[in-house]
Structure formats: C-alpha cells, structure tokens
Design a protein around this ligand. Structure first.
Ligand SMILES: C[S@@+](CC[C@H](N)C(=O)[O-])C[C@H]1O[C@@H](n2cnc3c(N)ncnc32)[C@H](O)[C@@H]1O
Length: 232
C-alpha cells in the first residue's frame, strides 16, 4: 500500500569509516525483520502457506523494549540515555543510514548492552510492537516539512497517535520537541482530538544534539511537549 513518507529522502551512502563500523558493529546492534517464508503444501493439497516469522519473533523481541526513540539522527541522545539508564532497554529507529552509522561510531569505545537500532520507517516498526508494552516514546525534532502543501507529510498525525496509543502502556509517556512553532501548534491540536492522552509537565531529560544547537543558534524557539496515556 502506498504511504506518504514523513522523512526527506537523502543519500544513504556511507563513507569508509561509516561502512567499516556498519560491518563491525551492525550485527551486535541492529535488529532486522526476518523474511516472510512461503511453504508449499502441494502434497497435502493445501496450496501455499505464508508464515510471517516477522510478527512472532519481532513481537516477542519488541516486548522487551522500554523506551523507543523515533528518528535518532546521529544518535547523540539515545547513546547518552542508554548509558545513563542501564536498566532500561532502548530501541532507536532511523531511516537515514549515515545517521545510524554515526550512532555506531559513538558505541565503538563504549559498548552498550541495552541499546538496539533499526534501519526502518517508524510506522512499519510500530505496527509490530506488543500491545501496551512501551514505557516511553521519544520524538525529538521530527522533520518539520515547513511548506503548507507538505504538512500532510508530518509524522505526528492522528493515525500515528493511534499507533502510539496501542503500543504504549497505561501511563506511558510521549516526549516530543520541535523548533517549528506551527508544527508544535499542529501537534497540540492533534493530541486535543485524541483525548486518551493528557498533557503533563515533566523535567527535560535529553541531550542537546547538534541539530537542536543549530536551531537555537538560528534563533528558533524549541517547544517541549509531553503527554501521558490515560488508563483506558
Ligand atoms: C530533524 S532530524 C532530528 C534528529 C535527532 N532527533 C536530533 O535531535 O538530532 C529528524 C530525523 O528523523 C528521521 N525520521 C523522520 N521520519 C522518520 C520515520 N518515519 N522513521 C524513522 N526515522 C524518521 C529523519 O531521517 C531524521 O534523521
């Protein structure tokens, strides 16, 4: 099915250092969906059966995750958080491979047992989580799509919130930050239309990334939005 992508397509080419660390540390940190296997049952006359190994294996793996960060960029925040909270299991999603490779570079001299990464669109991953399993979902500086005609590409919309509400456990938290005021307003509106979440005040716990630093230097105001899933 065709789905609008929430991210800007950029070249996914890795430089030599990135390609090296990808091969070296990728197997340790990356989770991948196993392929769908088709079994031919000609003898029994049952036709062919598709076994979606992805759903069974992935749901059980995903149920171990406490905190999901969507769009980790170069991994500054998720590596900082996984180091700071060794008893929490983290999963970071990113569609931009050089960003994931830069995340691996940060792990080269600092191996972490409680961090996994996936090279995948968040929407595809969210569909595989065990129901009500996550403690927190973090989305820091989602692609802003500033032009009005591109607003439909913005990640945080009602369909996305519905997916998040299924994967978060009751009292689960969504932490969001954006440096685009009109995106912040749009996010507030979408949450208002989705009253299974209520806004809450929480202390900021994230690392300033290069991306955020650039936004601050450019004079943009960062809006922090935190919501709690009600016990429905
Ligand atoms: C503006 S950057 C911010 C990166 C990082 N959070 C930071 O603060 O530095 C947004 C990132 O989200 C990623 N992204 C956007 N939509 C995504 C999606 N649907 N699934 C996974 N990653 C996504 C982009 O590739 C990009 O690297």
């Amino acid at each position: 099915m065709y789905r609008i992508k929430s991210y800007v397509r950029r070249t996914n080419r890795l430089n030599q250092r990135q390609a090296q660390v990808w091969d070296q540390l990728g197997p340790q940190y990356f989770w991948r969906f196993p392929p769908i296997v088709t079994i031919d049952h000609k003898l029994s006359g049952a036709g062919s059966i598709e076994i979606d190994a992805a759903s069974t294996l992935t749901v059980s793996r995903f149920s171990t995750i406490d905190i999901l960060e969507i769009g980790v960029g170069n991994g500054e925040n998720i590596v900082y958080a996984a180091e700071k909270y060794p008893n929490c299991q983290f999963l970071g999603l990113e569609v931009y491979r050089p960003g994931l490779a830069n995340t691996l570079l940060k792990l080269k001299h600092k191996p972490l047992q409680n961090l996994k990464l996936m090279d995948i669109d968040a929407i595809d991953a969210l569909e595989h989580f065990a129901v009500h399993s996550l403690r927190e979902i973090w989305i820091y500086f989602p692609d802003p799509w500033p032009k009005k005609r591109h607003h439909k590409r913005r990640l945080i919309n009602s369909g996305f919130l519905e997916l998040c509400s299924k994967t978060l456990r009751p009292a689960g938290i969504m932490r969001i930050a954006t440096d685009w005021l009109d995106y912040a307003e749009q996010i507030i509106e979408v949450f208002e239309q989705f009253p299974v979440f209520k806004p809450v005040e929480m202390a900021r716990n994230r690392q300033v990334t290069k991306f955020e630093q650039r936004a601050i230097e450019a004079g943009r105001i960062v809006t922090e939005l935190t919501y709690e899933l009600l016990d429905v």
